[in-house]
Design a protein around this ligand. Sequence first.
Ligand SMILES: *Cc1c(COP(=O)(O)O)cnc(C)c1O
Length: 464
Amino acid sequence: MQAADVPVHGGRTLAYVYDSGLAETDEVGRAAVAAYAGSNGLDPTAFPSLLQMENDLVGRACDLLDAPPDAVGTVTSGGTESVLLAVQAARDARPEVERPEMVLPTTAHAAFHKAAHYFGVRPVLVDVGADFRARPAAMADAIGDSTVLVVVSAPSYAHGVVDPVREIAGAAAARGVRCHVDACIGGWVLPYAARLGRPVPPWTFSVEGVTSISVDLHKYGYAPKGTSVLLHRDPHLRRPQFFASADWPGYTMLNSTIQSTKSGGPLAGAWAVVNTIGDDGYLELTRLVLDAVDRLVAGIGEIGPLSVVAAPDSTLVALTTDDSCDVFTITDAMTRAGWYVQPQLSFRAGRPTIHLSLSAATAPLVEEFLTALGAAVDEAVAAGPIEVTPDIAAFVRALDPDDLSDDDFDGLLAAVGMAGGGGVGLPESMAQINALLDLATPALREALLVAFLDRLTRPVRAVR
Ligand SMILES: *Cc1c(COP(=O)(O)O)cnc(C)c1O
């Protein structure tokens, strides 16, 4: 069944997966996951080896991110869980605030919107500047008496740029508010980039006012999926994240994360990979991948209709096109050519873009990638920009996201040629669907996607 999936290895999948290109290291990681698949992180006293591995990994992250001596942390299941816990801890540290808010640049990861939704913390969105970075004065102005958290990214997922952490964390500290740096994707790269002599603006715990940082091991730690680290500047800041319940007749539940029973596999896999690659290994992987980013950006400059949206601060590149073609046609053509690149819909005043997360394994393939990208662009220019049929566009624009009925959705599926009637298949070509979604407001996109997921996920029954 895996044959239909995007490849996890080989450097041709430029989102979702991160490939060090070190086959033996991957093997070590997989063996560790298997060895610990049945171990339970619920109770560190029953599985002391898991506790040791967690403390080792948190220590590594502390060393890397200039954490002070009394910093603490937790290994979580991923970036989203780290973000959820940072928001939950910030909210619960301020029980007197009746309607808690958090100040987010509009470029903050969607995981913060999920946290807002789960925990009832209202997001106060602040527009970013023309360079896609958060604007310190505007962020500071948005901090109010109900603000429990201010968020910045290092770097942002969509544009790959680092926010001005020093100014914003300083403004948060001046108001006595926590400041979280979301370094989920860049946290294991930027410190090595700095060591390699690249310009990296200050963003770690070396910056006064930064109270917590998230960094994913299953991204540029090149570990198997299922691990991130959430660090707090001191134990007091972490305390509200922990949960204990003795108010039932079973074992006393004591959790540092959202999960209670949790496989030891991902933690062991990450521990094995981080120790196998080692500090020198990460430095070398970072050198390789940043050199690849340079070659990629230079090559994109040679492809007429394409441009890089912002000069990358790290390993993420966002591209856009001029009016001669459409990013959605390009992403489909790349898929057919065996490369996975990720479309990003238009947002506020911004055009739709293509996201690339470069891995070390892609470094030797950059020239081949650029050739494929050039051919995909030629194909997209020949086809011209996508035009959504006017009556379908009108149909979509008339839909109400707060009241999307099954009939509306079935009508839309039929109109775009995806069978309705209870279930849907995965579409062959995404370009038309992305172009259609691009017409919709964010609220309507969300409603359509949720309806789609509902149809996609239906049980396979032996009994009907
Ligand atoms: C990936 C990412 C997240 C969410 O992480 P998951 O591991 O996908 O849950 C949050 N923030 C940023 C900046 C990310 O890149």
